[in-house]
Ligand binder design. Structure first.
Ligand code: SAM
Ligand code: DTB
Ligand code: SF4
Length: 330
C-alpha cells in the first residue's frame, strides 16, 4: 500500500457526485493538484497484456468477445505454453514495459490450470518484471498459490455499479467479484480493479462504481478505466458511445477519489485521438496498456505511444530504484 493511502478517508457517493458536477476546468484543476501531491505528473507506468487463454468462456459478460454464448469473430486458443508467454514478456520488457499482465477467459481457474499459470508467473517474475494475472473468480487458497509464485497484482474488475452489473452479467454476481477481491487482499497481493465506461450506465452508476472502488480498504493500487470496445456479436455492440468529456471527467474523479492509486487509461485508446488521451493524462491518468494488442482487440502501436509521450514530455516509469521522482511519492 502507498503510505498515504491509510490516511485518506474514502469519499462518500454524494461527494463523488459533487465532483462530477464541477465545471470542467475546476475538476481538472482539482485532479491535477491531487495528482501532483502523490505522483510525478510526467511519468506514466507501462503494462503489457497477453491473452494466455482466449475465448470459450462460460460467462455472459455483455461486453466481452470471449464469451462462448456470443457469436464473435475471435479464434479460441487453449492455454499458451510457458515458453510462448516468456517470449512475449521478454519482448514487452525490451520495449520498456515494467509489468506483464496475463489474462485468461475463464470463469475461474481450475487447479491444473493454476499450476501452469503459477509456473508462468515464476518465469516472468524471474525476468525482473512486475507480474499481474486476471483469471476470473478465485477459490480459497488460489490467491495464496499465485502469491507464492511471485504474483504482484491480481486484476479483477467490478466493471460498473452494483445496480447496473445485473444488466450486463447474469452468470456471476457483484458479490462474487467482491469475494474474490477479498481473497486477493488476504493473500497479500496488490489489487488491480476498475471498470468499463460506456456500457449504457448513467452518471449515477459511474458515481456508485467509483464509490465502491474507493471504499475498498485499502483502495486498489491500480485502477483501470476502460472505454467500451464495441465488439460485433456481443449484446453491447450497438451501445451509444460515451461522450468523451464525460470519460475524462470519470478519470479525473477517479484520480481525486483514489489519490494514491495508479489510474490506468485502459481499453479504448485505439479509438481516442491524441488530444483526448492528453486530456486523460491531465486529469490524472498515469498508466496505460502498452503493446499493439489488448486481449483480443488492437491497442495503439508502441511507436505511436512513444511519439505521443515525446510530444507531451511524458517519461515511462522505470522500476530502477535510482531515477529521480519516478515512483509514487513517499
Ligand atoms: N475472465 C476474467 C474476468 O472476467 O475477470 C479476466 C479477463 S476479462 C476479459 C478482464 C476485463 O477486461 C473485464 O473485467 C473488462 O473490464 C475488460 N474488458 C473485456 N472486454 C472489454 C471490452 N469489450 N471493452 C472494454 N473492456 C473490456
Ligand atoms: C482491464 O481492465 N482491461 C484489460 C485488462 N484489464 C485485462 C482488458 C481489456 C480488454 C479489451 C477487449 C479485448 O481486447 O478483448
Ligand atoms: Fe469470461 Fe472474463 Fe469475458 Fe466475462 S469478461 S466473458 S468472465 S473472459
Amino acid at each position: 500500500m502507498h503510505p498515504d493511502a491509510a490516511d485518506i478517508a474514502a469519499p462518500v457517493p454524494s461527494q463523488i457526485a459533487a465532483l462530477f458536477e464541477l465545471p470542467f476546468s475546476d475538476l481538472i484543476y482539482r485532479a491535477q493538484t491531487m495528482h501532483r501531491q502523490h505522483f510525478d505528473p510526467n511519468t506514466v507506468q507501462l503494462s503489457t497484456l497477453l491473452s494466455i487463454k482466449t475465448g470459450g468462456c462460460s460467462e455472459d459478460c455483455g461486453y466481452c468477445s470471449q464469451s462462448a454464448r456470443f457469436h464473435t469473430e475471435i479464434e479460441n486458443q487453449p492455454l499458451l505454453s510457458k515458453e510462448t508467454v516468456i517470449a512475449a514478456a521478454r519482448a514487452a520488457k525490451a520495449r520498456g514495459a515494467t509489468r506483464f499482465c496475463m489474462g485468461a477467459a475463464w470463469r475461474g481457474p481450475k487447479e491444473k490450470d493454476l499450476i501452469q499459470v503459477a509456473e508462468m508467473v515464476r518465469a516472468v517474475k524471474a525476468l525482473g518484471m512486475e507480474t499481474c494475472a486476471t483469471l476470473g473468480l478465485l477459490r480459497d487458497g488460489q490467491a495464496e498459490q499465485l502469491a507464492q509464485a511471485g504474483l504482484d497484482y491480481y486484476n479483477h474488475n467490478l466493471d460498473t455499479s452494483r445496480a447496473h452489473y445485473d444488466n450486463i452479467v447474469h452468470t456471476h454476481s457483484y458479490d462474487n467479484r467482491l469475494d474474490t477481491l477479498t481473497k486477493v487482499r488476504a493473500a497479500g497481493l496488490k489489487v488491480c480493479c476498475g471498470g468499463i465506461m460506456g456500457m449504457g450506465e448513467s452518471r449515477a452508476d459511474r458515481v456508485q462504481f467509483l464509490a465502491e472502488l474507493a471504499a475498498l480498504d485499502p483502495p486498489p493500487e491500480s485502477v483501470p478505466i476502460n472505454l467500451l470496445v464495441h465488439i460485433p456479436g456481443t449484446p453491447l455492440s450497438n451501445n451509444a458511445a460515451l461522450d468523451p468529456i464525460e470519460f475524462v471527467r470519470t478519470v479525473a474523479v477517479a484520480r481525486i477519489a483514489m489519490p494514491a492509486s495508479f489510474v490506468r487509461l485502459s481499453a479504448g485508446r485505439s479509438q481516442m485521438p491524441d488530444h483526448l488521451q492528453a486530456l486523460c493524462f491531465l486529469a490524472g491518468a498515469n498508466s496505460i496498456f502498452y503493446g499493439d494488442r489488448l486481449l483480443t482487440t488492437p491497442n495503439p502501436e508502441s511507436d505511436a505511444d512513444l511519439k505521443l509521450f515525446e510530444k507531451l514530455g511524458i517519461q515511462p516509469l522505470s522500476l530502477d530504484p535510482m531515477p529521480r521522482r519516478q515512483t509514487a511519492k513517499a
